[in-house]
Write a protein that binds this ligand. Structure first.
Ligand SMILES: *Cc1c(COP(=O)(O)O)cnc(C)c1O
Length: 357
């Protein structure tokens, strides 16, 4: 039996996509083999690669002067790839809104003069700093942001006021809501949260920013080389790319990102409204900054939290344990989580409250 899987990543995938992949597994498109068994330079795979790239461009309305790269190494690899490719003056500012944002900053420190422009660490990363109040340094190559904070459950609703290139980590929110790609110089995202199995990282980068990588930049991390080779410089993560294509096709059929955003907002509102109206459960995040993808919450105490996670799991609602940094619970309600899953969670929360009040 399929469970409702609230894991933060790798995460639940659409059931119809899994079934389609299962059907294709022994014989992809009459080739007599699966997509994972053929050359990445074969016609069938190249067609998959090209269609996935084109569909992502269409879904996110990515302008032609941006390159869309399918690379490996996870979002964490981009923490290094970004400075290695973008630093010209050697300086960048970071906004620290959580664990991954801090890791990006720490990694950046290896390659340049990085500064923390703003941070919400003192308050447990429960909000996104006020964009109007942040002062950036002069002569910086970019400002790094983390659009959705997976562990703490916050997201940006406005962008830094700066003329510098904006870089953002969208690992846990890519394709969940409409974004204006033109506002960013670079967007990166690990695929394993909102798109596909782990192994694929998406980089959307304005072409005029590439081709100026630092001399020490590893070949594999050099955006210009990946761009020139259509992301096929070496063997790409073929299966996650193929799975992405299936997910992109499904998203398009559902009406695209706009339609998905509507559903996501509806799911998040159901859950937050329930939590806000309850005296048993709490979400500590500043309301304006709440993520529509990751919803952390706690019960009155840690023992009840543990009991909640264990009993929910028995009821087919799995992976609700919060991150080890925060404790409590976290419901990741990515694109592939149906609204029925959120409703089932709320029903369980009601029942648990009644039994444990
Ligand atoms: C999960 C996550 C990462 C780390 O991704 P990897 O692909 O495991 O390196 C980085 N940033 C954000 C916002 C994430 O949610």
């Amino acid at each position: 039996m399929r469970v409702y899987n609230f894991a933060a990543g790798p995460s639940t995938l659409p059931e119809e996509v899994l079934l389609e992949a299962q059907r294709d597994l022994l014989d992809f498109n009459g080739t007599g083999m699966s997509i994972t068994e053929m050359s990445h330079r074969s016609k069938p795979f190249m067609a998959v690669n090209d269609e996935a790239n084109a569909l992502l461009r269409e879904l996110m309305n990515i302008p032609d002067d941006y390159s869309v790269l399918f690379v490996q190494g996870g979002a964490s690899q981009q923490f290094a790839a970004v400075p290695l490719n973008l630093l010209q003056k050697g300086k960048a500012d970071y906004i620290l809104t959580g664990n991954f944002a801090s890791k990006a900053y720490e990694e950046g420190l290896k390659y340049g003069d990085m500064a923390i422009a703003a941070s919400s660490k003192e308050d447990g990363y429960t909000y996104i700093p006020d964009m109007d109040k942040i002062k950036f340094r002069d002569d910086i190559d970019y400002v790094h942001t983390t659009y959705n904070n997976t562990i703490f459950g916050t997201r940006y609703t406005s962008l830094p006021k700066t003329d510098a290139t904006l870089v953002t980590d969208m690992s846990s929110c890519i394709l969940s809501e409409e974004v204006d790609v033109k506002k960013f110089g670079l967007i990166y995202a690990g695929a394993q949260k909102n798109i596909a199995p782990s192994g694929l990282t998406i980089v959307i980068v304005k072409r005029d920013l590439i081709g100026k990588a630092m001399d020490i930049c590893p070949t594999m991390l050099n955006y210009a080389i990946q761009d020139k080779n259509n992301s096929l410089y070496n063997t790409p993560p073929c299966f996650p790319i193929y799975m992405s294509l299936l997910v992109f096709r499904r998203l398009k059929a559902l009406g695209g990102v706009k339609a998905m955003q509507k559903i996501n907002e509806e799911k998040a509102a159901l859950l937050y409204d329930f939590i806000d109206n309850s005296s048993f459960y709490t979400n500590k995040v500043n309301k304006k900054d709440r993520s529509i993808m990751n919803v952390p919450f706690v019960s009155p105490n840690a023992d009840l939290d543990a009991k909640f996670v264990a009993e929910a799991s028995k009821a087919g609602l799995v992976s609700l344990k919060g991150h080890r940094i925060t404790g409590g619970m976290r419901a990741s309600i990515y694109n592939a989580m149906p609204i029925e899953g959120v409703k089932a969670l709320i029903e369980f929360m009601k029942k648990f409250e009644m039994e444990n009040k």
